[in-house]
Design a binder for this molecule. Sequence first.
Ligand code: HEC
Length: 104
Amino acid sequence: MLLGAFIPVVSCGVSYLSPPVNPQMVEQSRHPKDVLQRGYVVHQQKCAKCHGYEDPANHEVEELTDEILPAMARKSKLGLADEQAVTAYLLAARQVPRPDQGSR
Ligand code: HEC
């Protein structure tokens, strides 16, 4: 019974949490670490209101930057700097394999 609560239910969208900024992401990104960190925080505070972390590796870069993120930023009512930070964060995270979600 209790265990059931920890099994991710994809249809609910709460599949997993956004990965914290790590050195690999910083290396991949042309943005400084504090921008990525801001994007991570924005993701947790705004994007995660509606759904869990949607793995950016499931989407092409252009799809993310030109379609998905502008739409999602509108849904989240983000300012430009926050939108850019989330975009930088997701593009960096996209390049880095997700660490195993071992805490389940
Ligand atoms: C008001 C609710 C809401 C907020 C806030 C929101 N999303 Fe979404 N998101 C959705 C819904 C609903 C879908 C699925 C339907 C769609 O694509 O519109 C979705 C889908 C997605 C997808 C998958 C797109 C696809 O085509 O498969 C990604 C990636 C995503 N959101 C990222 C984000 C990010 C990043 C943020 C924060 C900047 C965010 N979302 C904020 C509701 C939201």
